[in-house]
Design a protein around this ligand. Structure first.
Ligand code: SIN
Length: 479
């Protein structure tokens, strides 16, 4: 299959082909999709300078002029939805139905932020001195950098780029080395939408550490937005300290999914299966631990085992496939190590618990019961298609186990008791809590975590503010 995508980097409105390339491989088949330009530090500096040169004109546009271009970008994503979805599946592995959903999700950020940018209001503040008047205005922060992950190669690009561009920032984007083609295709469509040269630059590279360091240490770049692991987020934050950059970090998670004894178990099981196993569990907000009341444990375990063992595993491009490959072979080995260690410590496999015979990079959808909060599989982010069941006896115990992690991204729980719903939602140390639903991401609400899951929020009104400075202006001498 040939895709209408570029394979060169995009700097200052021109395609930049480097002598060095790196391979992008389909994780389902191992087949080479394309060789992509492999940039280093100097080219990253060039992209930063291109963004700097474009900033005065772009930030000088009226908000509604920028909004119209960002909105058109979203419309073009939708127009090319099928090509984009095929590309997302080819390089990232997720099933086509999910990839199509991701394109719509990505376009929704263009629509939302094109509207929000027109409402980047300041405030008038009642004065404290008779001859003064106080106002605040919001202004674009300047040149921004975005480092995006492979698990949502389009959604995470627009969740960062749409607010940055709509706010009046210019951007240097470094997409994940496993999935740069979707980002390049998106950049091509942004140019078609009318985005001026230099406003969005895409640096493709197999050397994330070098590019990341240049972006972090640059005195021109005023803001970094990163989605990825907590380990890398900490490195980037330390590198940004020298220039006191504004940071948005969407990092790892260890989402609890609490099922109380009064919950609708059919609905809870269905929500765990759809939320946990999307993108083969390679989602920061995916359930990592199912905490289930002892009275509901056996019934839920049975429903989960039936639902999970029925999932169709295979190449995401094939019709009906629900669970695709993991992004690398090393990820399969890591997931298998966690599962084997849990089994050796007393957990029980209800289904799966081994690499899938479908192919090298596939892991069988798995349910483990008898997991304890101390096991590595409950402490670490699994990032694979494995659900773990941990029993509890009281609300307090469930909340205590749920919060006993350095992470604080997303939490889920099922109950039919409204009082318990409020009480537990308030007690969970998580940036996002979903009651009686297993998926909650959308463009209009703030996405982000507490503790070591990150800082800042994406989406919602908050997502635009991440790219804006608040300036206080004092008017004196009024008499
Ligand atoms: C992520 O895994 O980082 C994004 C998930 C989402 O937006 O739902």
């Amino acid at each position: 299959m040939t895709y209408p995508f570029p394979t060169s980097a995009f700097i200052g409105g021109a395609w930049f082909e480097s002598a060095r390339t790196f391979p992008v491989v389909n994780p389902a088949s191992g087949v080479l999709i394309a060789e992509v330009s492999d940039l280093g530090g100097d080219e990253t500096e060039a992209a930063i300078r291109a963004a700097e040169a474009a900033f005065p004109a772009w930030s000088g546009h009226l908000a509604k002029e920028r909004a119209a271009i960002v909105r058109r970008w979203g419309d073009l994503l939708i127009k090319h939805a099928e090509d984009l979805a095929q590309l997302i599946t080819a390089e990232g592995g997720k099933p086509l139905a999910e990839a199509r959903g991701e394109v719509a999700y990505a376009a929704s950020f263009c629509e939302w932020f094109s509207e929000e940018a027109k409402r980047a209001y300041g405030r008038t503040i009642p004065t404290t001195v008779a001859h003064r008047r106080y106002v605040t205005i919001k202004q674009p922060i300047g040149v921004a950098a975005a480092i995006t992950p492979w698990n949502f190669p389009l959604g995470m690009v627009t969740r960062k780029a749409a607010p940055a561009l709509a706010a009046g920032c210019t951007l240097v984007l470094k997409p994940a080395e496993a999935t740069p083609l979707t980002a390049l295709f998106a950049a091509k469509l942004a140019a078609e939408a009318g985005l001026p040269p230099g406003v969005l630059n895409v640096v493709t590279s197999n050397n994330a550490a070098v590019v990341g360091k240049v972006l972090c240490e640059s005195t021109i770049v005023r803001k970094l937005s990163f989605t990825g692991s907590t380990r890398v987020g900490k490195i980037l934050a330390a590198q940004c300290a020298g220039t006191v950059k504004r940071l948005s970090l969407e990092l790892g998670g260890n989402a609890p999914f609490i099922v109380f004894e009064d919950a609708d178990l059919d609905k809870a099981a269905a929500a765990i299966v759809s939320g946990k196993f999307r993108n083969a569990g390679q989602v920061c907000v995916a359930t990592n631990r199912v905490l289930v009341h002892a009275k509901a444990h056996d019934a839920l375990a049975q429903k989960l085992a039936i639902g999970v063992s029925a999932l169709k595993v295979g190449d995401g491009a094939e019709e009906g496939v629900q669970v695709g490959p993991l992004i690398q072979k090393a990820a399969v080995e890591r997931v298998d190590r966690l599962v084997k260690a849990a089994l050796a410590s007393g957990a029980k496999a209800l289904t799966g618990a081994a690499p899938s015979p479908v192919g090298e990079q596939f892991y069988a959808p798995t349910v483990l019961s008898g997991v304890t909060p101390e096991m590595d599989i409950a402490q670490q982010e699994i990032f694979g298609p494995v659900a773990t069941l941990i029993p509890f006896g009281s609300d307090d115990e469930a909340v205590r186990i749920a919060n006993a992690t350095p992470y604080g991204l997303a939490a889920y729980f099922f109950t039919n008791d409204i009082s318990r719903a409020w009480r537990v939602a308030e007690k969970l140390d998580y940036g996002m809590v979903s009651v009686n639903e297993g998926v909650m991401s959308n463009e209009v609400t703030p996405f982000g975590g507490m503790k070591e899951s990150g800082v800042g929020r994406e989406g919602g009104a908050e997502g635009l503010d991440e790219f804006l400075e608040v300036k206080f202006i004092n008017f004196g001498g009024i008499g």
